[in-house]
Design a protein around this ligand. Sequence first.
Ligand SMILES: O=P(O)(O)OC[C@@]1(O)O[C@H](CO)[C@@H](O)[C@@H]1O
Length: 361
Amino acid sequence: MPPVITLESPFAHQVFHQRHPELFRRLMDAHPYGPDERAALEALLAETQKGTISLADDAFDRDTWLDWDRRHFGKPWAKAPFLWAESYFYRLLLGAVGYFDTGVDPFGPFKTAELRSSTLDNDYAWLAEQPHFDAALMASLYGNRADLGFQLIAGDSAAIHDQLVADDSAAVREFFQRVAPVAVTFVLDNAGRELLSDLVFADHLLTTGLASVVTLHAKPYPYFVSDATMTDVGDCLRRLRDLPGDSGNRLHEAAADGRLKIRTHPFHSAPLSFHTMPSDLAEELSRGVTVFKGDLNYRRLVGDCRWDPSTPFADAVSYLPGPAVALRILKSEVVVGADDRPRPPGWETAGTYASIQMYRP
Ligand SMILES: O=P(O)(O)OC[C@@]1(O)O[C@H](CO)[C@@H](O)[C@@H]1O
């Protein structure tokens, strides 16, 4: 594997030194946090920006994090792998605001505002007509632009300039048609608009018979600002039922008859790549096709390493237990499967390129 990306990379440094302080400002504006929570957030920011990585002796999940440790505790944050460090950062953030005592999602206000947006009904008017496969897949792909963490600094994503990779929606459609009916698992990314589009894609797969069953994997707890939890899936399903078309009602019925399953797994908030996924998760993903959504899942798929961008996607994910589709807006430095077309500096992290990549073992 190529060298892993650490917090010494300019993009990762920007995330910790610009995105995180802005996130804390917004959290303290959105919540009536008291002196203790505010002090804990300030201390967390100071530690992650110039301190060493520590694990509380009384942390309820101490054994889990010792298992996930790769000799990072006691080392400077600045030297840690980006993926590991940021995952642990979000775990510590939840502790700082008392999430594990109160159950209050610190990112809840942002997620709620997105679902209550006055433009949402208009933006999803296209749902009145049952979309065909390509439209449903592209909506799920572009839904990944709605990433509240990324937008903290980047603002609302610019128009998508270009798709990155040759595997286009037609190739994915042909694959699904060849293997149908198949069990499909979505490793979800963001709640809100992205999840609404993922649900529409799931409804399409079930309604057309391409999928025999769809399982949605949500995060076990709030993560990376807008990542979807089990609660968010319920909220989005209820919101979808208010939108044009019958996707929401059909999915509600599919859940009732077992064709739509919603679950989580502790590994979805682990600071590690999917190369080290536990055997029970690997067994589940081996049963059909897995759709990995978003940039962070992509980084976990390929190991968040400095790959040669021309490395074939299949070479980087050949460990996977079954066929997979990765739908991603590029928002970090990791790229594989890229063609050699010239692109402007910083194109990898601008949020203006999209990619559809398939692994067919
Ligand atoms: O997974 P998503 O929501 O598409 O993107 C997650 C993200 O916003 O957070 C990480 C940096 O903080 C990057 O992987 C990416 O910029």
